[in-house]
Design a binder for this molecule. Structure first.
Ligand SMILES: Cc1ncc(COP(=O)(O)O)c(C=O)c1O
Length: 270
């Protein structure tokens, strides 16, 4: 599948296995077996399959919100571990990690990682995670994911997580650039219809996936089959919507740049 263009992959993944059923999106079954909090709905499984395919990942897990996915990634850390975060990450991510640090569960350094030398200066013996978001929300600051991943190659105990919400897998695949985790708020472009709150984590790292699965199952973090169905349906048009978003955004950015009352425009596309 990975050799196909994005549009082909996204349309042909997470669909029913039987050829005769392939003409439509999988049906959604809302009834759940209450005994089985460990069991995923078919819609959840199919959505995970589709997200993994878009991120060129072995695995994907979905969560009831992007914030919940942030919490899940943080659960990979042990008490006493240290995390380095880009200082311009989404404020919710910053707040949650700060709470964990205030509770003395973990320690956190917020660093301007656009200067790559800063990264190694802040790495400690107990550093286990580096978290970046590029471009960042809402400041649009950018980091070279491949450059950060190359530095971290010297530190096999540290995993690199990238919040890929703003770029989406249509524009950027963090795992192909050397990251260990691509995290998403599906609430935004991925679903695209402003009618669902969901999040996702994609990874090809067996150990991280295993741990994420155990935490997810045992904390009962399951998604509604209807939400999964809606996001899966939305994903099928992600490539078309992103092209239009970029076209529109460029027009707005160019208009603002030419405006006499505007000092500076932050738009990565320019
Ligand atoms: C970059 C980024 N990551 C994570 C989140 C959190 O996602 P959610 O709103 O789905 O909880 C947001 C929300 O605005 C975001 O912009």
């Amino acid at each position: 599948m990975a050799a196909f263009e994005f549009g082909t992959r996204v349309v042909h993944s997470g669909i029913p296995e039987k050829w005769e059923e392939r003409v439509r999106i999988p049906t959604v079954e809302l009834s759940r077996d209450e005994e089985k909090v460990f069991k995923k709905s078919d819609a959840e499984e199919k959505l995970q399959e589709c997200i993994a395919s878009t991120e060129a990942a072995k695995y994907a897990l979905v969560y009831p919100s992007g914030t919940c996915a942030v919490v899940a990634v943080t659960e990979l850390l042990q008490a006493g571990d240290h995390a380095i975060l880009f200082d311009s990450v989404y404020h919710g991510t910053r707040t949650y990690l700060s709470i964990c640090s205030d509770l003395e569960r973990i320690s956190v350094s917020f660093v301007d990682l656009r200067d790559h030398h800063q990264l190694e200066k802040h790495i400690r013996d107990n550093t286990k995670m580096v978290w970046i978001e590029t471009p960042s929300n809402p400041t649009m600051k950018m980091i070279d994911i491949a450059a950060v991943a190359a530095i971290l190659k010297k530190y096999p105990d540290i995993f690199l997580a990238v919040d890929n919400t703003f770029m989406t897998p249509y524009c950027q695949n963090p795992l192909l650039l050397g990251a260990d985790i691509a995290m998403h708020s599906l609430t935004k472009y991925m679903n695209g219809h402003t009618d669902v709150l969901m999040g996702a984590i994609a990874t090809s790292n067996d150990k991280l996936y295993e741990k994420l699965q155990v935490v997810q199952a045992n904390t009962g973090i399951r998604c509604s089959p209807l939400d999964c169905y809606l996001v899966l349906r939305g994903l099928k048009t992600l490539h078309l919507r992103m092209e239009r978003h970029m076209e529109n955004a460029m027009k707005v950015a160019q208009y603002l740049e030419a405006h006499s009352n505007v000092e500076k425009v932050f738009y990565p596309g320019m």
